[in-house]
Design a protein around this ligand. Sequence first.
Ligand code: ARG
Length: 265
Amino acid sequence: MCPPRFFAVDYAINPWMDPTQPASAEVAMEQWTVLRDTYRRLGHTVEEIDPEPGLPDMVFAANSGTVVAGRVLGSRFRAPQRTAEAEYFRRWFVEHGYRDITMPEKINEAEGDFAWTGTLLLAGTGFRTDPAAHAEAQEVLGVPVISLHLVDARYYHLDTALFVLSEATDTRRAQIAYYPDAFSPGSRRVLERLFPDAVLADAADAECFGLNGVSDGRNVVLPVEATGLAARLEKQGYAPVFVDISELRKAGGGPKCCTMEIRKG
Ligand code: ARG
């Protein structure tokens, strides 16, 4: 995670960002701190990277790396405003002992568009990540990649429209939640085939960034407004944990965007 010390909405690269509206680094920092402490309270290890001045979106650490079984695939941003972030994260991995690090050739916004189910890497395209980056990820990480097409600009990254509730080494047992309307008809059919028991989100769940949740298989960290989705998850045995991310949402981000999940083993 990266503390949002230099958070701002200075440019607009997604429909949520409005540089004419006020955004506060102080409030973002308070909300981020609660999110970080929530993970710690739930028993997870959180490591931090230093933020850099002039990179207001660096708080969205999920966009800077995909790590599966200790292998790191770095990122390459579409927007010039974010390009420099990738190198800071690459250095962080080097300094923290990671040796299998590949920087992509194709535009690749990492966990913004990649979600690991335990056997498959679900991969979004349409707004940010280049479809050719899906094949590149498959080759670098050595895991099967399923390409999914996003069609609604508000849900420009896969992690704004879908998240993994529980990983499993048997594809049929992994569980996901997603908002069908954010996907093309073909991609919806792929998701129905692979995940017939998925939790389906509605427009209200998606609009508050409810699909930008982070689950450890039991606890599901969600924006405080995602009450409808939370109720459905509770019925399935999950424990929703609410956080306020209203300031971060002004940049088009939520809990998951702030969180890169490092899978060492
Ligand atoms: N302002 C950032 C952008 O548009 C937000 C990124 C949110 N991150 C995410 N994983 N969806 O790139």
